[in-house]
Design a protein around this ligand. Structure first.
Ligand code: 13P
Length: 251
């Protein structure tokens, strides 16, 4: 933490139809309004189909809305893609880039992720840049090197603590119910923080989120770690009670 404000971000992935997505966002916005002053920012990243209705329903609320991916171009002949400027136009303030599911399913390399992050900054969005090792890489003792290489390759030159958030998501912890030990999370986040010193202006103020099977039952101990500044939550972000309980674990 150390002066950094927590960010609790929900990545809905490819889940939700209009009625349940809008209801979930409205529920969270209502809880935020009722809670008053809280020690965290809250962000939801719905699938592209739900960004407009979700942005509409949370208008005027501190609940922020983001995309899950963006293209590098402002516009043009890119069937199926979405420019970061289009996300901003709907009211988004952030976009996730380089999620491991994008890296896997769409062969996104570090240089693609860097270009997407740069495009996000161009559009005035906060780039939530994801990194994380596979199980084989961790078992091979290469987790820290892999993550350092992803950071170097994925962070654009104009990244600052104000426009960039890092999410550490070990691939093997995503959707599996397994998490690293708190000692391993603490060690990786400290390593990321020190690696950011050469890459991002005002790096000590960059928020580093942990993601991968975060749930109400493990959030308190993870959020208490010195270099953990929030969470990027998948499955548990689809239930208002669970997502709110994770946020409430920020002290
Ligand atoms: P789970 O919380 O479902 O493990 O997903 C994490 C994630 O990938 C968030 O981006």
């Amino acid at each position: 933490m150390a002066g950094r404000r927590y960010l609790i971000a929900g990545n809905w992935k490819m889940n939700g139809h209009r009625s349940d997505g809008v209801a979930l966002a409205a529920d969270l916005a209502q809880r935020l309004a009722a809670a008053g002053t809280v020690p965290f920012d809250m962000l939801v990243c719905p699938p592209a189909t739900l960004i407009a209705p979700v942005a509409d329903v949370v208008k005027g609320s501190p609940l922020a809305v983001g995309g899950q991916d963006c293209h590098t171009a402002v516009k043009g002949a890119h069937t199926g893609d979405i420019a970061p400027e289009m996300l901003a136009d709907l009211g988004c303030t952030a976009v996730i880039v380089g999620h491991s599911e994008r890296r896997q399913d769409h062969d996104e390399t570090d240089s693609v992720v860097k270009a997407k992050a740069a495009a996000a900054l161009r559009a005035g969005l906060t780039a939530v840049i994801c990194v994380g090792e596979t199980e084989a890489e961790r078992d091979g003792g290469r987790a820290e090197d892999v993550v350092a290489e992803q950071l170097t390759g994925s962070i654009p030159a104009d990244a600052t603590a104000e426009n960039t958030v890092i999410a550490y998501e070990p691939v093997w912890a995503i959707g599996t119910g397994r998490t690293p030990t708190t000692a391993d999370i603490a060690a990786m986040h400290a390593k990321i923080r020190s690696h950011l010193r050469g890459l991002v202006a005002n790096s000590d103020a960059v928020r580093i989120l942990y993601g991968g099977s975060v749930k109400p039952s493990n959030a308190v101990e993870i959020m208490a770690l010195a270099d953990v500044d929030g969470a990027l939550v998948g499955g548990a972000s689809l239930k208002a009670d669970d997502f709110w309980a994770i946020a409430a674990s920020c002290r």
